[in-house]
Design a protein around this ligand. Sequence first.
Ligand code: FAD
Length: 463
Amino acid sequence: MAKRGLVWFKNDLRLHDNEALTKAVAECEALLFCYCVEKADFEKLDLGFRRIDAVRFKFLEQSIQDLEKNLKTIGGHLIIGSVTAAETLPKIVERYEITDIYAEKEYAEYELNLIDLVTDALPNVNFHFYWGKTLYHMDDIPFEIAKIPLTSKAYRIPAGKQAEPRPTFSRPTKVKSIEKVEKSKFPSYTSLGFTKKEYDYAKPFVNGGESAALERLEYYTFKSELLTGYRWSRNKSDGLDYSSKFSPYLALGCISAREIYEKIQDYESKIKKNQSTWWLVFELVWRDYFTFKAMRFGNKIYKSKGYKNKKIDWENDPSKFEKWCNGTTGIPFIDAHMRQLNETGYMSNRGRVNCASYFVHDLKIDWTWGAAYFESKLIDYDVSSNWMNWHMQAFEIWYTNPVHQSNKYKAQDFIRKWIPELSKKNDIEVLIPWEYDIPEYVKPIEVYKKWNRAIGLIEKLKV
Ligand code: FAD
């Protein structure tokens, strides 16, 4: 019997290197495409904020609109569900006599539950799932998931020696679409409970979508050759150019890790092969490692005791938590980063390390609260990258001193940009405002003795 297929897009919002799409195009007589917003994801958590906040909503909206446009250019039609896939997909299957559904394979509990709901509701449909998230295919790495090593090095070296990223799939140029398809629109921000003020305030750090992702890849590599200096610039906090900014695109699958890898290989052969090109691939391998490690430990990665079942006595002061979220702790390096996150949905890796370390080691708040807040805000939110990095900050990594780091990474301009109360202050005042009379800016929650040396070094900048 001829197959009538549905490609169910989730976190693979692209036409290039998309195995589910490629297989559907090759195997089906006629095709439909669908993305479903999960309305429940926008509800408030017990912690007082939404699981997905306005900046992520806007970034997703841009990405879906781009997908819809790109599908149109090859003759495809995207249906957008606005409640849940568990309701929308059965209706589409019935109305358009779909026989086969193609989608990316999932690995985390919440996403797997959704897949179970959909497959249970559609016992007569053939489902085809394909792994597409990582650089190395999960079937090619030299480890069973249950035996993924506890250190990244023990994973990375054998993986690099014994596996190769698979080649990318080409972008389809034409699809055979099912005809007379209903019109649908991305849900409005009001239908998900956002106010106009929340929506307007949200300014995603980069524009969403596959088109923007591929442009960014070209820009960061061949156009600007910024990649050549990545190794030395990657620790900065401000601007678009010090690091790749591929993460928001990878998170929604607007770009694939393999597409980036192939571009880097091309760059190495035509422009430059150096520590920077090596390092960017190394970071993609970190991302893989966290994905596979999260698969190994399942739901333990969301628990306060972590996967090692280690109890820490958190203080969990709600007012400190609120100040951290709002960027009003009185520690400029932390506040500037948190304010950037709240408005743009992005924060540099340096910022994330400092804000998380301050959260767990100084404020002594349960790390899962911080991880949930990042989940709400980050346009590059990725289950394993977020929860495993937070886990590392809570259990495995040494303390990062935010006062020392603000000086080391010369964060003055970044702070002046994000904290208007300090915009006119000099290079010393912006780093340690509590040492001066600055009534416009909040007093710090606490200035710890362990910061004395760092404060002394900043004061010496006077001479
Ligand atoms: P680049 O420096 O240009 O790196 C290239 C790519 O490598 C990134 O896009 C990302 O996919 C990957 N990568 C780099 N560093 C890491 C890392 N430490 N862990 C996993 N992958 C990495 N990254 C996310 O993609 N999503 C998250 O939800 C997320 N949450 C984080 C939470 C905390 C507490 C910390 C400390 C880090 C988190 N990271 C997360 C990792 C990292 O901060 C971001 O990937 C990086 O800042 C994204 O910017 P970029 O694309 O310019 O990175």
